[in-house]
Structure formats: structure tokens, C-alpha cells
Ligand binder design. Structure first.
Ligand code: ADP
Ligand code: MG
Length: 765
């Protein structure tokens, strides 16, 4: 170990061979920072170019994680192909192909003691074995096995009779593994694994001969067709033994120790082939130190990237708006009500962002009816006061039209020009509107995704507002941004996204929450009604209408184009009109109506010309008719929780008591029943969202991949919420200390590797 000294003139002389070893070149600058047990020497790195592919032979030698998986001992072309289909191409991929559960094979269980519902390992002798035909004409193969303490039936439903008969000779002894099921008095195992004992072989010899598969807790890998667990274990053992050590963990040592993590190679070894210390429960719940380490690692780099992106935004030059109060004050005077405290707070957060010299990227989350539109309009007015244009993008035509009507009504009195662009705006009218947008005479432009189409050019876009963000992907948000020069972006969502999920999906946005409803609202009473009580449901509607109120009857429409569903809604409207409420006025609203028809229908309902509106889910978002106090949801079991919550939010918007009736035929799936019960129990959007996430899982929660939920290799947002928060805290904390990661070159390199080109905003890649 060469000794390095600081000389009197404050220079450091490093022996040439050390410099070479470190890869330092003349002229390069380095930085020295105190670290655990010494000093950390960090090179100021130029931007990192993607590394050139390493020649194959060399890559194996160097235990390179990019080594093709097919080079692993025991991996034949068939296995390589099967796993390639699962996206396993390199040893690194294989290292992160974790067992999805574990089996405790430390002890063999007596046949008499086998527990139904458990995967058990037992030893026994074949008593009888043969093909059995059922009365229904199906065939299965059955073997009866005993160890003296009891007998059990092993069954196969897919098998080769001759081959099976030859293997399962009476008197033959083996070790069997499989999940035990109980049918009446009989316990059975279907399609068990078997390890035969040779004639003269003892049980102990067999167990010792195969230490990967017996006498320990064994991993069970997610399988593809034609790949056996045993093969997977053998191959994974090769991978782990050969390459786990090459998985370096660039996390700073203090973060590792403070969070109870272990070195990455150990973590990988532990999760694939657990040692003595792990319990089967902790393993199956993914809570061992090994699992925690891998999960933390994954979350940490995600959050580090998000933190950098967020910082990247602040590096961009934006528009420093001035708050002149010219229009905002005037609007407040026009309003028949006061803003709620929550609206005021969120608005001042938005104004703060708008005044700053870098672009705003803010998410406003507020439950249905919390008054997001007003907040958005106030922000829009600030931009207009500064001579800029505003674009407001809504997910459906109906909603865009409604925003247009509301906003147009206020703005007209303020002398601000509002225009609507949807796909149904055509011909000359469209050309005219586009011209006004392009020359800047249109101040506020409201529309569907038509707003971000190529042909739409803004003279001076200063603020882009996206309503109901979860319906749009990150891509659309980006396109809107490109319509101006670094305009401010405000996204609004009524989907109360659980905190953990919000952190991953919108982690690069600042968050404001409108956590208060305007005063005078009474909670909605929600009840499940079975089909048999339909007359009572109609009586309720009649009663409310008798008091001057209005009602919605919602029909599920799986897809806007589903004709049969549309027919059901249409027939329902006819039936209600002719047979049930001949004296009342019934309207029908669905997505296939022409925009004018939809608008006319909504206007008629708003003006109380219609008593009962039969509608498909087009009313789900944003429609605002405070006089409607009853909502009946037909086939409520077919809707998702968030959707039910959104629908229900259409009532309870005035001061009168509102009701929501969930009609269902009565045959409910387990999930369906859970969903309806949650709806009955609470109107709190956040609790509903949490329950929804739990029932559906995160991938499904926001609809699609394009919503931007990253794919995790190991982590689960549901299971690992706490770790996500810890990882986020550490990542954001670290970046505060070292904003450009200059003192953490390895971290920086790893981050670039994992995020690829997606960090362009942060100016780091
Ligand atoms: P959402 O947040 O679901 O988009 P909206 O913006 O549609 O809610 O507002 C719901 C209703 O509440 C509208 O009728 C709106 O005029 C009204 N509203 C908004 N803010 C207030 C307030 N501070 N006081 C009373 N009513 C309000
Ligand atoms: Mg809204």
C-alpha cells in the first residue's frame, strides 16, 4: 500500500501506478471529501457516454453482468429461448428474476400430518397407480402413496399413460412435493414433483445428494411453460455464485447502515438461496433484509432520478408572471361565494410558482366537488393579466364543453376571449378559431386533446392546464408544454391518488391538495340495493322529484362503442318514460350523441327541464348540477371503485341531502362485493383510493402503463410503501447536499445507466 502525503505547498503526489489504477489522467480535477474511515476521492466526470459493448469472451472473464444468459452452465437453447420471452437476456436480468415464493423443505412431513392448503414435502411408497376414468368421460392418473402414518392420493390430469404407468410402479419409494388439497375426507396432491429413491438408497442419501432442493428453504421461481423448478434452481445457483459479487452497490455507506440494508451481493444471495437465519414467513412476505435491500435500491434510484428531474425544472428558464390582481380581483367580486381556505392556500402556492423565474410543474389534487375549476381559472387569469395565453385540456368533449360554458360565462364579463376546440369543431369555424389562437386574440383556449394537435399554434402560451390528469399520459403533458416556450404547467386530478403512488407517478411534480369541500354540503348517503327492491328505488326517485329535485340513472358502458350496452341504456330510458314515470321528463345522454345533442341535453338537465337523466359514464367526470340529489347506478358491481366515486360525486353538490343507490343483481364476486361495501362505508376519496389500490393493484389503478408507473423488478408499491418513503427521503436529502452528484460519481454513473435518456431535463445525461 503506497503512502500518499500532502506536501508543504499543498499538493498531493500520487504515485503514477496509483493514478493509473484510478484511471486519472493529467489535467483532471478531483475532489476530496471526508468519508467513513478516510477520505473519498472523486473525479469530476464529464457527461457519461453509454459504454461500448464488451467483447463476449472478456465479458465472462470479468464477471460482467451484461454476459448473455445463454452462456451460463446448464442453460440450453430451449431454456434460453423460454426465458428470453420473459425478458431474461443477461445474467443481470436473471439475478433480478426473484423467486415469487419459497418452500420450507427443511423437514419432511409425515403423510398423516399433511396440512391442506400448504405446499408440503413428504416421503412415501407407491401402493397403487393407474389411469381412472370418470363418469363424465374424462381420465386422470392416480397414485396412492403411504409412509405408514397415512395415505394420500396423487393425481394427474395431463399425462402420458404408458410413461406414467412405467414410472409409478407399486413399491417404488420417493420424495414428493406439492400443494395439499382436501376434497371431502380425501387429501390429494395434483401434479406433484417427485424425486425417486434408488433401490438401495436411503432417504438421507437422497436428501444429501440434492442439497439445493431438499433440507432447506427452496426458492420457487415464476415459471414459463416447459421449464422445471429444479432446472431453474440449478441455473440460478450458477448465476448467483458466479455473478452476485459483481453487483456493486454504489449507495453511500451511511445510507446502507442507517436503513438496515446489507451489501447488494449478499442481498441477492439471500433472496435466491436463503441461509439459516431467514424465516419462511419473512421470505414469503418479502420482508427479509435481502428483500428490503433490493427494494430500497430500486426505489432509491427512482427517487433520485425524480429529484433530479424536479431540480432540472428549476434550472430551466420560465416566465416570471406578475400578480396584478386586474382580473382575479374582479372575478372574486363576481362570485356568489367565498373561496374556501383550501382553495386560497392552493392558489397562493400556484401563484408563488408562477411568479418564480422557472416553469411551474404542479399537481393539484382535490376530491370531486372541491372546486378545482375556480382555482384553475384564477391561475389562468394571472397569465392573461400578463398578456399570455392559457390552454385548458379536458379528457372528454362534454367536460371541455362544460368548462367552456362555466369559464366563458365569467370571462365574458371580464372582457376575456375564451374559445373551445374539440374534434367536432370543423371547417370554417375551426379555421377561424385556430387563427385567433395563432394571432393571440384568443386568451383562454379550452378543449380536448385536440388542443395539442399539430395544427394548433399559440402566439404566446404561458400556462397549460390539464384537467383530470390521470386520463392523460406523461406524453400529452409534454406535448402541451411544447406548445409554448417553457410555459407553466398545472395538472388537476380528482382521483385521490394514494401518497405512495403519487410519489412514483408524479414524483417530479410539486403537489397541492384541496382538502376541504365548499361549505354547506351534506354527506351523501350510499346504499346497496338488490334487484328485488327495484320498486323501492323508483319510489325514492319519485319522492325526490316530487320535492323539486332531479335524478341520475347511470348505466354501465364498457366501451363507448359497445352497441349492446348502449341499447340497454336506451331501453332503460324508454322503459322509465313509458312504464314507470310517464308523467315525468326523462332524458338520455351517452357518448355517441352529437356534441350539440349532448350539450343540449346537459343544458336541459341543468335548467330543470328534465327530471331524470339516464346516462352512461359520460357524466363521470366533472358534470355539475347541484339540484340533482339522487343517483342510481345500475349494475354497480361492474364499475371500478374510483369510477363509482367519481360518478357519485355528481350528486351531493348542493346543500340538500343526496342519495346514491348501488343497484346490483345480487350475484357478486368477492372483489365486487368489497368494492360496494367500501362505497357504502365512506365518501372519503383518499380511503376509497387506498382500498382501490389494494383490490386492484397499482398497475391497473391508473388504467394503463402510459400513466407512467414504472415497472419494478423487485419492489411492490403496495407492500413496500414505507421503504419508498424512506428511499425518497434519503434520495432528496442526498441531492440537497450534492446537487449535481459531483461527490458521488458512482451513484451518478449508476443513475444514468438506469434512467437512460429519461433525465434530459435534469441536465445530467
Ligand atoms: P371539482 O373539483 O370536482 O372540479 P368544481 O370545480 O366543478 O369541482 O366545483 C364544484 C361546484 O362547487 C361548482 O358548482 C362550483 O361553482 C362550486 N364551488 C367552487 N368553489 C366554491 C366555494 N368556495 N364555495 C361554494 N361553492 C363553490
Ligand atoms: Mg372538475
Amino acid at each position: 500500500m503506497p503512502i500518499i502525503r500532502l506536501s508543504d505547498n499543498n499538493t498531493l503526489t500520487i504515485p503514477a501506478e496509483v493514478a493509473k489504477e484510478l484511471g486519472l489522467k493529467p489535467g483532471e480535477s478531483v475532489e476530496l471529501t471526508p468519508a467513513e474511515g478516510g477520505y473519498l476521492l472523486a473525479r469530476h466526470l464529464p457527461p457519461i457516454a453509454p459504454s461500448a459493448p464488451v467483447p463476449l469472451a472478456e465479458s465472462i472473464n470479468r464477471k460482467n453482468l451484461a454476459t448473455p444468459f445463454r452462456f451460463i452452465k446448464g442453460v440450453g437453447p430451449k431454456l434460453a429461448e423460454a426465458l428470453a420471452k420473459k425478458g431474461i437476456a443477461t445474467v443481470e436480468d436473471a439475478l433480478y428474476l426473484l423467486p415469487n415464493r419459497y418452500e420450507d423443505r427443511r423437514e419432511l412431513r409425515k403423510v398423516g400430518k399433511l396440512r391442506p392448503g400448504h405446499t408440503e414435502v413428504f416421503h412415501g411408497e407407491v401402493l397403487t397407480a393407474d389411469t381412472v376414468a370418470t363418469r363424465g368421460g374424462r381420465r386422470f392418473f392416480e397414485a396412492i402413496v403411504s409412509d405408514g402414518s397415512g395415505t394420500i392420493s396423487l393425481k394427474w390430469f395431463h399425462f402420458n399413460p404408458a410413461w406414467q404407468k412405467k414410472a409409478w410402479r407399486p413399491g417404488r419409494k420417493g420424495i414428493f412435493t406439492g400443494e395439499v388439497a382436501q376434497y371431502g375426507y380425501q387429501r390429494e396432491v395434483h401434479h406433484p414433483d417427485v424425486e425417486w429413491l434408488a433401490e438401495d438408497e436411503s432417504l438421507a442419501t437422497v436428501m444429501a445428494r440434492d442439497p439445493f432442493n431438499f433440507g432447506r428453504i427452496v426458492p420457487v421461481y415464476p415459471l414459463t411453460e416447459g421449464v422445471h423448478q429444479k432446472t431453474m434452481r440449478k441455473v440460478q445457483k450458477e448465476v448467483v455464485d458466479g455473478f452476485a459479487a459483481a453487483a456493486v452497490n454504489p449507495l453511500p455507506a451511511d445510507i446502507v447502515t442507517l436503513n438496515g440494508l446489507i451489501p447488494l451481493p449478499d442481498a441477492l444471495r439471500e433472496v435466491h438461496f436463503p441461509g439459516e437465519s431467514a424465516t419462511i414467513e419473512a421470505l414469503n412476505e418479502g420482508k427479509t433484509p435481502g428483500h428490503r435491500t433490493l427494494v430500497f435500491d430500486e426505489f432509491f434510484f427512482l427517487e433520485l432520478g425524480l429529484a433530479l428531474k424536479k431540480r432540472g425544472v428549476t434550472l430551466e428558464e420560465g416566465i416570471p408572471f406578475a400578480v396584478t390582481h386586474k382580473y382575479t380581483k374582479a372575478l372574486l367580486q363576481l362570485l356568489p361565494f367565498q373561496m374556501t381556505n383550501a382553495q386560497r392556500r392552493v392558489l397562493s402556492e400556484i401563484k408563488g410558482d408562477m411568479m418564480a423565474p422557472h416553469p411551474m410543474h404542479r399537481l393539484v389534487q382535490g376530491d370531486v366537488g372541491s372546486g378545482k375549476t375556480l382555482v384553475a381559472l384564477m391561475a389562468a387569469l394571472v397569465a392573461v393579466e400578463n398578456g399570455y395565453q392559457v390552454a385548458i385540456m379536458a379528457p372528454t368533449e362534454i367536460l371541455a364543453e362544460q368548462h367552456y360554458l362555466t369559464i366563458h360565462r365569467w370571462c365574458e364579463q371580464l372582457g376575456i376571449a375564451v374559445n373551445l376546440i374539440t374534434s367536432s369543431l370543423k371547417g370554417k369555424a375551426r379555421t377561424e378559431v385556430l387563427a385567433r389562437v395563432a394571432d393571440g386574440t384568443a386568451h383562454i383556449v379550452i378543449g380536448t386533446h385536440a388542443v395539442i394537435q399539430e395544427k394548433v399554434e399559440f402566439a404566446r402560451l404561458g400556462l397549460g392546464i390539464v384537467d383530470e390528469q390521470h386520463r392523460f399520459g406523461v406524453i400529452q403533458r409534454g406535448l402541451l408544454k411544447k406548445k409554448g416556450i417553457n410555459p407553466d404547467i398545472l395538472v388537476m386530478t380528482a382521483t385521490p391518488i394514494p401518497r405512495t403512488l403519487a410519489m412514483t407517478v408524479f414524483g417530479d411534480l410539486s403537489l397541492s391538495v384541496i382538502d376541504e369541500l365548499p361549505p354547506g354540503r351534506t354527506p351523501i348517503e350510499t346504499r346497496i340495493f338488490f334487484e328485488s327492491r327495484r320498486p323501492q328505488v323508483y319510489a325514492t326517485i319519485r319522492d325526490e322529484v316530487g320535492q323539486g329535485r332531479q335524478a341520475y340513472v347511470i348505466y354501465p358502458l364498457v366501451e363507448e362503442t359497445e352497441k349492446s350496452d348502449l341499447k340497454a341504456a336506451t331501453q332503460m330510458a324508454e322503459h322509465l318514460q313509458q312504464d314507470v314515470f310517464p308523467d315525468l321528463k326523462i332524458g338520455l345522454l351517452h357518448g355517441r350523441l352529437k356534441p350539440e345533442e349532448k350539450e343540449g341535453m346537459m343544458a336541459a338537465f341543468k335548467n330543470r327541464e328534465i327530471h331524470i337523466l339516464v346516462a352512461t359514464t359520460v357524466v363521470e367526470v366533472g358534470i355539475d348540477v347541484p339540484n340533482a340529489t339522487v343517483m342510481v347506478i345500475e349494475h354497480a358491481e361492474r364499475f371500478g371503485l374510483s369510477q363509482l366515486h367519481q360518478l357519485r360525486g355528481r350528486v351531493g353538490r348542493g346543500s340538500a341531502k343526496s342519495r346514491c343507490i348501488l343497484l346490483t343483481p345480487g350475484r357478486l364476486s368477492e372483489d365486487g362485493e368489497k368494492r360496494l361495501q367500501v362505497m357504502e362505508a365512506t365518501t372519503d376519496g383518499f380511503r376509497i383510493a387506498e382500498a382501490d389500490l389494494e383490490i386492484r393493484g397499482p398497475g391497473d389503478f391508473l388504467g394503463t402503463r402510459q400513466a407512467g408507473i414504472p415497472d419494478f423488478r423487485v419492489a411492490s408499491i403496495l407492500r413496500d410503501g414505507r421503504l419508498l418513503e424512506e428511499a425518497r427521503r434519503e434520495a432528496f436529502g442526498l441531492l440537497e447536499q450534492d446537487p449535481a452528484l459531483e461527490r458521488h460519481p458512482l451513484l451518478r454513473e449508476e443513475l444514468v445507466k438506469r434512467w437512460g435518456g429519461r433525465l434530459e431535463l435534469a441536465g445530467i445525461a
